[in-house]
Design a protein around this ligand. Structure first.
Ligand code: AFP
Length: 340
């Protein structure tokens, strides 16, 4: 094995020197790196550390919290507060924003500490997702509306996947890079430089148990894919569903495809299933930076003006040509239904 490896620290320092930065940004991402390493350790210890099962509490969305949801949230809050880089944070697991008292930082952090937590007890991949925003000058971070910035304002975003190996995948708006944790030396190593999503694909991910609730354009896309070589697409498609967005997005970054959690008649009242601020926006940033597309079905996710910290949205993301097709199906449907 070559020892000419680039570690995450070296990668961040290189970026800092290139931009002539102060080091503050490097430090922001260093906090995330340590956080993800600690969560990875707890996920790996699993049953041995008594980390599996329910915590016996509910989060702000009324979902049962797993012990690891609670632990990962605590690790995020603690490890990212210490350096004072972040003025305030918002989490899937917290109703309100968490102010870091005494912090001089000019950044805001949003995160889903443990995505896909229904996978924990069955030893399938889970992950963490994060999004970093600027705290605008002269604004008080205790006002939760400072978090309500559209996805295009993100300064960095990424996810950690705790799978057969632990990886950290990052964007700072200059492409997407993936780092694998070398467990023996405790260092993230650049293993997936400049990740790109293929423009075409023949693999989709959707929870098909909800098909009776789908809107017609979603049903059209999936029906055509299922028809395979005999259908209008004239090719066979494959299907996957991990039930952890992190794992689906990671697969798409590695080999293309489409992930959909659309608004359907069952979840329309809440606006969809996935959360805009700490799931859809950071993943949309990554996907776009890798050459893919991320929409609600109709609109670009990162252009949405958020209305609430825990707002939900429809999500369709992945290979550009497939996502464009799904958007076109929505437009054609809206036009035929006289919605435009
Ligand atoms: P959690 O964030 O509550 O762990 O849920 C995971 C998730 O938000 C997303 O990662 C999956 O794609 C989706 O839910 C799975 O939902 P279903 O259980 O409806 O398949």
């Amino acid at each position: 094995m070559s020892y000419k490896r680039i570690t995450l620290s070296q990668f961040l320092m290189d970026g800092q020197h290139r931009r002539g930065g102060s080091g503050r940004f490097t430090s922001l991402l260093t906090d995330i790196r340590t956080t993800c390493k600690m969560i990875s350790h707890e996920v790996n210890r699993g049953a041995m550390a008594g980390n599996l099962g329910l915590a016996g509490t509910e989060n702000v969305q009324g979902e049962d919290q797993k012990k690891l949801d609670v632990l990962a949230n605590e690790i995020f809050l603690h490890m990212t507060a210490q350096s004072g880089n972040y003025a305030a944070m918002a989490s899937e697991e917290l109703e309100d924003v968490h102010i870091v008292h005494g912090a001089s930082g000019r950044y805001l952090l949003l995160f889903d500490p443990l995505d896909g937590s229904s996978n924990i007890d069955i030893n399938i991949a889970v992950g963490s997702i994060f999004s970093i925003l600027h705290l605008p000058d002269g604004v008080d971070c205790s006002d939760r509306s400072v978090f309500l910035q559209p996805g295009v304002k993100q300064v960095a975003a990424g996810y950690a996947i705790y799978g057969s190996s632990t990886m950290l995948v990052l964007t700072t708006g200059e492409g997407v890079n993936g780092f694998t944790l070398d467990q023996n030396i405790g260092v993230f190593v650049l293993t997936h430089p400049n990740m790109r999503i293929s423009e075409d694909a023949s693999e989709f991910a959707i929870n098909a148990s909800r098909s009776r609730f789908w809107e017609p354009p979603v049903k059209r896309y999936i029906d055509e894919a299922l028809a395979g070589t005999e259908g209008p697409r004239a090719k066979d498609f494959n299907m996957r569903w991990v039930a952890a967005m992190v794992a689906e997005v990671h697969r798409i970054l590695c080999r293309g495809g489409v992930f959909m959690y659309p608004v359907d008649v069952r979840n329309a009242k809440q606006g969809g299933k996935l959360r805009l601020m700490y799931e859809a926006n950071p993943m949309a940033f990554i996907v776009e930076q890798a050459g893919g597309m991320a929409i609600t079905g109709r609109d670009r996710i990162m252009d949405l003006q958020p209305q609430g910290l825990h707002q939900r949205v429809g999500v369709v993301l992945g290979s550009k040509n497939e996502v464009e097709r799904i958007q076109r199906y929505h437009r054609e449907y809206d036009a035929s239904a006289g919605k435009n």
